[in-house]
Design a binder for this molecule. Sequence first.
Ligand code: SER
Length: 876
Amino acid sequence: MTSREIRDAFLAFFKDKGHQIVPSAPVVIKNDPTLMFTNAGMNQFKDIFLGDAHASYPRVADTQRCLRVSGKHNDLEEVGIDTYHHTLFEMLGNWSFGDYFKKEAIAWSWELLTGVYNLDSDRLYVTVFEGDKGDGLPKDEEAYDFWKQVVPEDRILFGNKKDNFWEMGDTGPCGPSSEIHVDCRPDSERRKVDGKALVNADHPQVIEIWNLVFMQFNRQKDGSLKPLPAKHVDTGMGFERLVRVIQGKVSNYDTDVFQPIIGCIADRAGIRYGSSEKTDIAMRVMADHIRAVSFAIADGQLPSNNKAGYVIRRILRRGVRYAYTFLHFKEPFLHELIPLLAKQFEGVFDELIAQQDFVQKVVLEEEQSFLRTLVAGVHRFESYAAEYQTISGDFAFELYDTFGFPIDLTELLAREKGLSVDMFGFNRALDEQKNRSRAATAIDADDWVVLRSEEAIDFVGYDRLYCETEIVKYRKITAKGKDRYQLVLGITPFYAEGGGQVGDTGFLIAAGNHQTIAVVDTKRENGLIVHYTEELPSDLQGLFIAKVDVEKRRDTEANHSATHLLHAALKQVLGNHVNQKGSLVNADYLRFDFSHFAKMSEEELVQVERIVNTKIRENISLKEERDVPFQQAIDAGVTALFGEKYGDNVRVITFDREFSRELCGGTHVRATGQIGFFKITSEGAVAAGVRRIEAITGSEAERFVYEQSNTLNKLRGILNNPKDFVVALDRLLEENNSLKKEVEQALVEKAHQLKGELLAKSEDINGVKAIIARVDLPSEAVKTLSYALKGSVDNLFLVLGAEVGGKPGLTVVVSEKLVKERGWNAATIVQELAKEISGGGGGQPFYATAGGKDASGLDRALAKAKAFLQTETTAS
Ligand code: SER
């Protein structure tokens, strides 16, 4: 079977068992503070397990793209070194939401593996949870009994909490699990060592392929387990491993999932895959990492310097570094693999092929900039290594932190020079950094206090800005030493931050005692709408009026609707490659990031503004459709965003069918006329291939225009209200330029004339040609004059005092010969003289200047110079 057939067979099998096949969620997670990337197929169903959302179907199956590169599940360091861990992998999964449980999950997994994929049952082992005293959990007898019906008992092993109790994170849904392992060793080896002994022992040929989790609990913050409202099934099978087993390969990288990419890398490197361990690892790292990076970018996560963006940047850099060090790719290459990858995933995850050019551009730019850093880092290393005997932990950390050098690269470079690296010091520095960033971002959340058990989500804020409601649950959170409360309400008019639009603020007013609590923000967390307050109401049980800040909401809506018009106008003016890459909409302004490869010209910007303002004046009524089937909307050509997780039914916002139709959960004006006026305030680059427009609307735009016209009026006034302002200003600038030139010319002439006068007054004192004089010229002219004299007089000792606009200055020139023979130094002399003008200065031995505060001292300074000359020449 090809990998495509294997995937299709999985989905077909579960479809046949009554499962709804759903699309993969994006790999980048937007509304779960405990998770950056999708790390398991179940993530998108988390709120269903927790009882915070209804399941649309009782049984679903899918293939989910997952990343295990941070947090509780992190395989990054293994990737490439071994042959069965990946950064991005596909997880095939089937789920039951309160429907079937252990019996069916177990029977079907066996049926699929042995009956459809024809795996040799003799090579399969299953594990069952042995129970855990600490958690007060018994042995999973139930699972054991169901397994017994399909597998001989000697193939059923008991496993501990680490292997057989699956948890998504430190808190959240969890439960006992059963894993299926397969022994891929040749028969000769199997005869020698029983496969049973190698299960869960990190043997590269005896590997876990499927994990069946029986979700039953919610892990609380204090570590205790709370039963979930219902029991669920969550299974996850590593697709790449499964393919390897079915295709009879010893490594995931030998399957048709990776071979095309590996082949391409090997070709370009001019090195055969399989020729050495080092080069093989490098090829595996590249083949793996480009998948993670490409899908993360396609799902909306650009490489950057913090959080999820930094994780992606580091994965990409790890790839570039292996390519550079072991395969000698000195030029960017990874981006060239993207078209191949996009094609491979066509029809499975179309996000990549749809954005291929954009993703390539982003990766190319990252590669280029990291290669430059890499070269600079290697230089830095070379010069350090030339000076020191060991590489200190701090320096290794600097290379890691500033130049993106993984520690093994530093070790490698050190080894080549016969130096050692202080690993202890490095790890300490690394830990310190981790602790710092943990402290900076740590949010400490208490467990929820549940006041009422009811379906929490009921957002009424599309239609109403206030309503009567109750608190369903609340908890305290602490971030950066500040306490806040999160409240979940029964029904709420508060819009939770999402789709770029900021969360609503407003008030909760207690019906009983009229206590008013400010809602300072509203956010979505998984399926919940969470209201943030700085205090708790005294009566938590009573009724409340929830009231949104209307003015702020209206201004925000104007900016949101304007964003839709802008998006459509950009597509019209620049082309269909324009896709939204980021958006922020608040009451003050809007910010819109979009894919486009060049700076927008002034004309393009004006054109976009014109289109948007025309649409505003047309006063187009909002058409809002709720609950449109997703596919129906897509087929109708409605704009959807990449990296967004849409439900089965979506909301479509239309302003003129022919102009702007977007999938959107945000709030909008009733008709475009309410936007008033649209004005772009800036356009610039944010990342490779991504431009950013900032704009304002309504009263903000009006204020902006007034400000501009006020400034213009002031300027007109200054110029005595000319008829044509631009012509008048041009004329003024021209006049100014020619005056400047005239002044310069006059000064040159004056300097020339002064040179003659000064030469005439110069004195010969004991072999020194001395000129000590006042010339009240600007400093530039004094400089010209000084250099002119220096060039034409030998043995010159020149001291010039000048006062311009009340500011005194001194210049001292000593010809090189005097510097050498008599040891005079213009810099020391000028410093001494400057004391008389309450100033200071310096320069070189032959030319130095000083400025001061007291112009009345200039003559004294010159007298001091004369005295110096007298003593020095007499002494010699
Ligand atoms: N959640 C489990 C896992 O990730 C099964 O899907 O292994």
